[in-house]
Design a protein around this ligand. Sequence first.
Ligand SMILES: Cc1cc2nc3c(=O)[nH]c(=O)nc-3n(C[C@H](O)[C@H](O)[C@H](O)COP(=O)(O)OP(=O)(O)OC[C@H]3O[C@@H](n4cnc5c(N)ncnc54)[C@H](O)[C@@H]3O)c2cc1C
Length: 367
Amino acid sequence: MPTYTAPVKDMQFLLHDVLKISEADIPGYSDLDRSFTEAVFDEAAKVAQDVLTPLNAVGDVEGCVLENGVVRTPKGFREAFKTLSEGGWMSLDAAPDYGGQGLPYLMHTAVNETFVSANMAFNMYQGLTHGAYTAILIHGTVAQKQTWLPKLVTCEWTGTMNLTEPHCGTDLGLLRTRAEPQADGSYKLTGQKIFISAGDHDMASNIVHLVLAKAPGGGEGTKGISLFIVPKVLVNEDGSLGARNAVSVGKVEEKMGIHGNATCVMNYDGATGWLLGDLHKGMKAMFTMMNEARLGVALQGYAVAEAAYQNALAYAKDRLQGRDVTGVKNASGPADPLIVHPDIRRNLMEQKSFVEGARALTFWGAT
Ligand SMILES: Cc1cc2nc3c(=O)[nH]c(=O)nc-3n(C[C@H](O)[C@H](O)[C@H](O)COP(=O)(O)OP(=O)(O)OC[C@H]3O[C@@H](n4cnc5c(N)ncnc54)[C@H](O)[C@@H]3O)c2cc1C
């Protein structure tokens, strides 16, 4: 079973000795002194190590299953999601106006590293929600922010991003999902999206899909695309949940890994949605979410590499094979540990330096 220990010392070194954050002239940074960030990281480490790491392997083996139209997440995910939500881990950098704690995005990024290293599949539910929160915060109307943000901040509702369709991934100008305007100002969306991360699951009472579609009157290609808020469950005027929207899961996609995250085919069959941002300017609005996803995917790469490094190091210290070229190091054993061999040490150092460089670049990008 892989293990994980949050690299609090390395993260602290980066924030305070390399980036010198508390001296930076950036709003909110003056409060980020060593003892404050250490206290946050120590608590995040407990969550990562004690709650998320034990669910990583089980989540991948069990995976997500579509049952009677609803995706069931692996055993333990629901309880862990509640623990993180109640602990305020989902709301660290969200705006206080919507129930967030108002810390800089950098703190969200650093804490996220530990959660992703511990369990990337699990953390994607929260990661996509954070992106949807940011897109609505920046492009939403006052009413949209009041309706959607407080529940996204706590992860009582989660979010998704819907770009990809069966015939178009990179080339989004080809997309076919249509949005027909209705007399009440809403739209009816029809089309199919594939590979939608966290597309459906049983850990939140609603899912707020941000969907790219073409409304009448737009130009050809990406210029004619608009962005819509399409909830799984419609929300009444008083904020309570109403009827199910015409959104359904076609299937859970087959993948090589991260089976604990439900990557879904989503069908929109005249689903009710509302324009987010300007008509025919959907790519701009979606790229608020995409830009965050880009930094998030970079973080996923090195956070998983950190976990791999830690486990490779432990294995190299434990596994006995051959003798050290400079003389026996483990005289009481049948062989020396792998770590005595120069090429093993070189490999480990390469891993470690990649992770430390990538962490530095990502934290710097998040400032
Ligand atoms: C695990 C997972 C989760 C995902 N989650 C989401 C999600 O939440 N929401 C969502 O909308 N999508 C999601 N996707 C889909 C993802 O965004 C697409 O896979 C991606 O956009 C690429 O599209 P494609 O797979 O159709 O590849 P294609 O667009 O068919 O491209 C195939 C290959 O050709 C290359 N290529 C294409 N055009 C060019 C060019 N002009 N020049 C050079 N090379 C080019 C591409 O880089 C790629 O290597 C997810 C995918 C995966 C695997």
